[in-house]
Each structure stands twice: as structure tokens, then as C-alpha cells.
Design a protein around this ligand. Structure first.
Ligand SMILES: [Fe+2]
Ligand SMILES: [Fe+2]
Length: 197
């Protein structure tokens, strides 16, 4: 009978998953840079591409700190998020809407990574892998900052630009929902439930 696996085994397994996810992201981010129109958004994706390359090497340091071989294990979760992102990039959106969609897709990836690193850090701590926990925390902090940066770009004009590019659709939708259409020029009480920090 196979031996019962431990939390340490699960930890190593999840590290391999994260290692593969980061590698997939280093291949996906350049496509997002190309697809983005806003110079600030491009810059944000480029900066996070650099950070993501750092996440790959930082995970190699984590494996080393645990005397484990560096190995990846295919991450289906991030593959799905990347595939959805690719499908969006094939759509014929106006530039601002494409940027808004790229942010939405990017944030899905960041939240996935944040969840993964959060668990890895908690596990590293209870098993007293102090060095691994510290390294993983550095990456988690960068993922959180990248997510916050995307929120600030979305809320700082990209979402509004996309809404404005849609023109008449917005009013039609609001009428459908029975909400009074905002007066032109008034700051519409736009709800942004998905972009909150
Ligand atoms: Fe990452
Ligand atoms: Fe990331």
C-alpha cells in the first residue's frame, strides 16, 4: 500500500505547481503587453513580467532552502485563466474595453497567485521552514502590489474610458434596470464591485 502523504509532501507539490504557474505567466504576460493600448497599463504588465521572472528564480531559492530538486508540475488552474485571457484578446473590443478586459484577466491571475502563496506561507510557517516562508512572502507582497496597481489603473480612468466608448449602451442598460439615467456630466454612481482593493 502506498505511504500516506504528509503536509510536507503537499507543500512541495504546491511549490511545483506555483513554479509551473509562474513560468506559464512569463509566457503570457508579453502577449498582454502587446494587446494593451494604455501606455501605463503596458508599463504595469512589463514591470510585472520582470517581477514574475523574479518569482521563478525565487521559487528556485525556496526549493534550495528545502534541499529539494527544482521541478514544476503542470498548473491547470493558471492555464485556464490564461486560456480565458487569450479568448478575450481575440475579441474585437474597442481599445479601452480591451484594456479593461486585460486588467480583469490579469487580476484573476493575481488573485489565483495570492491564494496559492497565502497557503504556501501558512504551511511553511507551521512546518518552521522560516527561510522559505520569508521568500514566499516577498513574492506575495509583489503579487498584492501588482493587483493593487491594476485596480488603480482601472479606477483611474480605464474603466470610465471603456464605459464612455460604449456610449449609448450604458444608458440603455440602466433604463432596463429601472435606475434613473445619470445626468450628463454628473458623476454617475458607478458601481465597481470587482475592482475594490
Ligand atoms: Fe507571480
Ligand atoms: Fe503575478
Amino acid at each position: 500500500m502506498a505511504e500516506v502523504k504528509t503536509l510536507h509532501d503537499a507543500f512541495i507539490d504546491e511549490l511545483r505547481d506555483a513554479y509551473d504557474a509562474e513560468k506559464q505567466l512569463t509566457r503570457a504576460l508579453p502577449k498582454m503587453v502587446k494587446a494593451a493600448s494604455s501606455p501605463k497599463l503596458r508599463q504595469a504588465f512589463e514591470a510585472h513580467l520582470e517581477e514574475t521572472r523574479g518569482h521563478v528564480t525565487r521559487l528556485e531559492d525556496v526549493f534550495a532552502s528545502l534541499d529539494e530538486k527544482v521541478r514544476g508540475k503542470h498548473c491547470d488552474g493558471i492555464e485556464g485563466i490564461i486560456e480565458e485571457g487569450k479568448a478575450v484578446m481575440e475579441e474585437e473590443f474597442d481599445d479601452a474595453t480591451m484594456d479593461a478586459c486585460l486588467i480583469a484577466g490579469g487580476q484573476r491571475a493575481e488573485h489565483y497567485e495570492m491564494a496559492a502563496y497565502g497557503s504556501l506561507i501558512a504551511w511553511a510557517r507551521v512546518m518552521e521552514h522560516t527561510e522559505a516562508a520569508e521568500l514566499l512572502q516577498e513574492t506575495l507582497d509583489e503579487e498584492k502590489a501588482a493587483d493593487a496597481k491594476l485596480s488603480s489603473l482601472a479606477e483611474g480612468g480605464i474603466n470610465q474610458g471603456a464605459a464612455d466608448a460604449g456610449g449609448s449602451h450604458e444608458t440603455a442598460d440602466e433604463e432596463e434596470e429601472g435606475a434613473p439615467a445619470p445626468k450628463s456630466g454628473s458623476k454617475a454612481a458607478a458601481t465597481k464591485p470587482t475592482q475594490r482593493r
